[in-house]
Ligand binder design. Sequence first.
Ligand SMILES: [Mg+2]
Length: 450
Amino acid sequence: MGDFLPSMYICQTKICLTSFYSDAKPKQYLRNDRKPVRHFFAKHPVTLATRKHEESKLKMARITDIRTTIWEWVGPVAPMPPHFCTTAGDLVSDVSGSIAGFRFLGWLIVEIECDDGTVGIGNAALAPHACKATIDNYLKPLLIGADPMDTEYLWESMYRRTLPFGRKGIGMTAISAVDLALWDAKGKILNQPVFKLLGGRTKSKIPVYASRLYSQPLETLYAEAKTYSDQGFKAVKLRFGWGPKDGLAGINKNIDLVKTVREAVGPDVDIMGDAYMGWNVEYTKRMLRLLEPLNMRWVEEPVISDDLAGYANLRAMNKVAISGGEHEYTLHGFRQALELGAFDIAQFDVNRVGGITAAKKITSLCEANDVAVIPHAGQMHNYHITMSSYAGPMSEYFPKVPVEVGNELFWYIFDGEAEAQNGFIDLDDHAAGFGLTLKSPDPTEFKLTS
Ligand SMILES: [Mg+2]
């Protein structure tokens, strides 16, 4: 019985042996006599194995290694037509639609290995080479030897020690990838899904919206939109293709996109539109006045992410709900955004905003401000936040398509991703961590750099 039990004599006080030791009813073992607890184990020998199992799980794990690997897609890539989507670069280039050369074909995978054999997996989908260098040179030394359960301390340690050059962008994306790996490890050590550690299940299933519908000829746009409504999605998102440089003709083309999708999906499916920061405030005001009668659920990222005052200005028009935040970072960034009244819907991405450690705080902040949280990109790290919070009514869902922009690459890197059925996804109550494993990379598809 080891040296634990001799000190556990039951004396004058009632002691309730909890389900930590067995599934026996606790009430049965309330005692007022001096019989030792070993009497309980003598009656229930199976509980000894259970106890040893529980004790071994409670041993503190230590981080022994951090591995960073860039998965760079080298397989075939689908072309993107002109005016595929507006982007922030449109406002400084001669033509709009400059997203044609704007792809995310490299992802960073972070694996945190612990001395108990646990391996936590995280990822970053922005600037993988720079994030890898940041982790290898600045974050890894802070993590080796640490307990992966200490996510609060480790996050603050990483944040404060990279603050002069980190804060937002690459620094915080690197921290996010590490934090995801830590939470995945934490879930695996406790044998629980991450969402169970965050508050548990708040929904039987997560409603998801089909997030594709890039700007394209109206005939094919109609067909693609109808496909998603036929598959049971109750909300779809399109991308606007024209911005300020395209004048009134471009405005009319943007409106035609929305009208075409409405015709395709009917009156009972929500439509959202994403400008990917390719507009300015003046242009967006013109668009919002015209979009209001079309009953859009939201207009997303109309202006650059640093122009929070611009978001607040547009939101104050109260024409169409304004969403944003997929390029905003940390609790501090969202506090500022919410104080300004920038968003109706907050759309952080957990693998940018600071990982689960930051996302759970931002989600609570949004709940307190009655701002909906609908994270960017779907993916498991975002789904676990949505599942565990009443502030998250829905998730984004990138259907699996041939590699194109690159935001669909997770389908090609991980096994275990949640697949939509009739407009919903579900999470496995019994899959520890985020429930993901790495696929074996095909060298004709991926070049790996460690
Ligand atoms: Mg977006």
